[in-house]
Design a protein around this ligand. Structure first.
Ligand code: PGA
Ligand code: ZN
Length: 441
């Protein structure tokens, strides 16, 4: 029997970084190698994501996952034992068939993903190769350009601000290690300014971003821009900004609610507001500027891509192939966030990433706000040559686990390592039309 065949599977109820239960899974191969995964979970989750199974009973305020764990141990495990772990797509297909629903909600996408990742990790360990190399087409490692959370708002920070993230993108860095040093400096500069203005930089949100003491959304953009300068770096040239609005959270079905500023705007007014921010601050990337099903509004969002700016769909695409295809056909964005647990299996997530790359979209592999100590996400970003990664701030171990893995891959590869740099942002479709709001698409 081949040494990479699955000999045993075991699941348990673990915790994510927000302290909510999540699914842990360990896979043992016939040759003795093992793979282990504890899956992440979002807070600003879109309605089109694969479905997490929660117990909804008295334990853990209803967030328990004992049913998902039981499904993994009793239903998925017996079907996967005996399969070759290197054939991860085959394992994923068996699990999808067993679940039988598009969203994987019968057995739980949390249980399916836990086994999908654990099998993938075990397969690489069984082959005695680093995970990124097993996922790669055999090329040199491509280290991603990081997007690093500096200020947090929205559902990750008690709604202190309306927008969810203001991030540092080290567009001028020449290596992954340098990009992390520059992002660290941008955060440190921003923290100093926040403290000097009476805020408290010790208060951090779910992803480690600064979370207190800012009155308006625009104040967060100004803080990070000035923080970059304070750190001795040139805003826009060395370190630029990215924004994740997570607009589902501020859409009431009709208008976009800026509660911290006492304003409500229709989608065209909100897009013009964002366009104004982009004129005043060095913003290179905007994510989920509108709500997940505001397709009409998204067609107008093309104005934000002017000047080569990246426009990212997260909840909009929900790492679902059908939604990405619709977005490509409708020309609504030029980049996609790839979150394995939105997809439900590693194979589905990879299919979305490949389709996006084929259409000239930029791709950003992303963690969740409730993440875990695992580092496999870093290997996915390198192996898939995603070009970009977003895992939160430079603090909190569930975040640094991914940064540390990327630093390790770059350091051990030495001169063979390639760094995607700012080219990753400009993997756009040639000739993409730019539009004004008053033009019909
Ligand atoms: P989530 O946030 O994990 O809470 O969905 C991350 C993001 O919106 O990018
Ligand atoms: Zn997002």
């Amino acid at each position: 029997m081949r040494g990479t065949r699955v000999a045993g599977v075991f699941a348990w109820e673990a915790f994510d970084s927000r302290g909510r239960p999540t699914v842990g899974c360990r896979v043992r191969l016939a040759g003795g190698a093992q793979g282990r995964a504890i899956v992440p979970s979002g807070a600003s989750t879109g309605s089109h994501e694969a479905v997490e199974l929660r117990d909804r009973d008295d334990r853990f305020g209803g967030f328990g996952v004992s049913n998902a764990v039981r499904n993994l141990n009793d239903v998925l495990a017996p079907a996967v034992v005996g399969m070759d772990a290197v054939d991860r797509a085959g394992v994923d297909a068996v699990m999808e068939e067993l679940d039988g629903t598009a969203g994987l909600g019968r057995l739980g996408a949390n249980s399916v993903l836990a086994l999908s990742v654990a099998v993938t990790v075990a397969g690489a360990n069984g082959l005695g190769r680093p995970l990124w190399q097993v996922l790669d087409s055999g090329e040199e490692p491509l280290l991603p350009l990081p997007m690093v959370n500096v200020v947090s708002g929205g559902a990750h920070a008690g709604r202190a601000l309306d927008i969810q993230d203001v991030l540092a993108v080290p567009v001028g860095a020449g290596s992954f290690a340098q990009s992390m040093e520059w992002a660290w400096r941008a955060r440190a500069g921003s923290a100093e300014l926040l403290d000097a203005a009476g805020g408290n930089s010790a208060l951090v949100a779910d992803e480690g971003g600064l979370a207190g003491g800012l009155a308006t959304n625009e104040a967060a953009l100004a803080l990070v821009t000035e923080g970059i300068s304070r750190a001795g770096l040139v805003p826009g040239e060395q370190v630029a900004l990215a924004i994740d609005v997570a607009a589902n959270q501020i859409f009431d079905g009709t208008t976009y609610q800026l509660r911290s500023e006492g304003r409500a705007l229709p989608s065209d007014g909100w897009l013009l507001e964002l366009a104004g921010w982009c004129e005043r601050y060095p913003v290179v990337s905007l994510e989920d500027v509108l709500a997940e099903d505001d397709w009409a509004g998204w067609r107008d969002a093309g104005i934000l891509m002017d000047g080569g700016r990246q426009l990212v769909g997260d909840d909009l695409f929900a790492t679902q192939l059908d939604r990405l295809r619709r977005g490509i056909a409708d020309d609504v964005a030029n980049a996609v966030l790839v979150k394995p647990n939105q997809a439900g299996t590693i194979t589905r997530a990879e299919d979305v990433l490949r389709a996006a790359q084929g259409a000239g979209y930029a791709t950003i592999v992303s963690a969740r706000s409730g993440d875990t100590e695992d580092s496999w996400l870093a290997d996915l970003a390198v192996g898939w040559r995603a070009g970009q990664i977003k895992v939160g701030s430079t603090t909190r171990s569930e975040r640094t686990a991914k940064w540390n893995r990327l630093l390790e891959i770059e350091a051990t590869a030495g001169s063979r390592a390639q760094f995607a740099g700012s080219d990753a942002l400009t993997n756009r479709r040639p000739g993409l039309p730019t539009r004004r709001l008053d033009q019909t698409p």
